[in-house]
Design a binder for this molecule. Structure first.
Ligand code: SAM
Length: 286
């Protein structure tokens, strides 16, 4: 027991919250597990935690029980009454925003709270928008943003891509470059499908991303364009794959000090940053 609120199964039944696949709804009812995820984002003291997709509130309750102030963004209106009950149990500590997290500036949300302590994002993300959300948060300007840690649940396959380097060739791609550039990312633990209602087909993983306060200087848009071109044709040599940028690929590679015959999956973060900077310089000259 982490609080005196009713068990989550009862909450879900009482409010008719049958899970919708279109909203990526796979709920966690085990408060021991949600407490473990919340602990990974703590300790909280004066911290504000942004939670995406609280659903019936299993993780929300764990975060609140451990002392966090929570700002939760939920798209499914049906969950709001259940979340209001949690808010009553923790007066002044839970703000629920009804909306699409893809359309909300989370850093602005934290600034609007006027909170002085650290800010984090902790969520069991809806799988259909998880990668889009993470990419947006890590590409945000200015960097470092207001968040000092991100503790997020993904499909394991996505988690492996987030932490991948050229040493994990099959998983290494755009996400690994982006997250490797601006954060230190690691998988904390896996969660079996049986922990969710309904159970998904795949294993999930909780990932911690700690922002790197001084990453190599580079424009995130240029990095995104370079990695899109390079990994878009990952088996091809870079002199070929980078042609899709509409610039002199050989000149870009020469400027970045990378051999034309290399392939995307062999290039580390520093190499991609050098290429992105060569791209920015070339575009500046156009
Ligand atoms: N946090 C709950 C838990 O762990 O049991 C629910 C997690 S469930 C995987 C994902 C939640 O995100 C659902 O409640 C869903 O309604 C919500 N959601 C889906 N798309 C969303 C979006 N674009 N913005 C905000 N919430 C969204």
């Amino acid at each position: 027991m982490i609080d005196d609120l009713p068990p989550l199964r009862e909450v879900v039944a009482r409010h008719g919250l049958d899970a919708k696949k279109t909203l990526g709804q796979n709920f966690l009812f085990d408060l021991n597990l949600t407490s473990r995820i919340a602990r990974a984002a703590g300790p909280f003291e004066d911290a504000v935690v942004v939670e995406i997709g609280p659903g019936p509130g299993g993780l929300t309750r764990a975060l609140l029980a451990q002392g966090a102030h929570v700002v939760a963004i939920e798209r499914d209106q049906r969950c709001l009454p259940a979340l209001a009950e949690i808010g009553e149990r923790y007066p002044g500590r839970l703000t629920v925003i009804e909306g699409d997290a893809l359309e909300i500036d989370v850093a602005e949300l934290v600034r609007a709270t006027g909170a002085k302590g650290p800010a984090r994002i902790c969520a069991n993300l809806p799988y259909n928008v998880a990668t889009a959300l993470l990419t947006r948060w890590i590409e945000a300007e200015p960097w470092p943003s207001v968040f000092d840690r991100y503790v997020l649940m993904f499909q394991k396959e996505v988690a492996l891509r987030i932490v991948a380097t050229p040493a994990q060739r099959a998983d290494y791609g755009r996400l690994g470059v982006l997250c490797g550039w601006r954060t230190k990312a690691r998988i904390l633990f896996d969660v079996s499908p049986a922990a969710f209602t309904p159970p998904p087909k795949i294993t999930s993983s909780v990932v911690e991303l700690v922002p790197n306060p001084s990453p190599l200087a580079c424009n995130p848009r240029a990095l995104s364009q370079i990695t899109q071109a390079a990994f878009g044709q990952r088996r091809k040599m870079l002199r070929q794959s980078l042609k899709s940028l509409g610039l002199d690929a050989a000149a870009l590679l020469a400027k970045a000090g990378i051999e034309e015959t290399r392939r995307a999956e062999e290039i580390d973060v520093a190499g991609f940053v050098a290429l992105a900077n060569a791209l920015s310089a070339a575009r500046g000259r156009e």
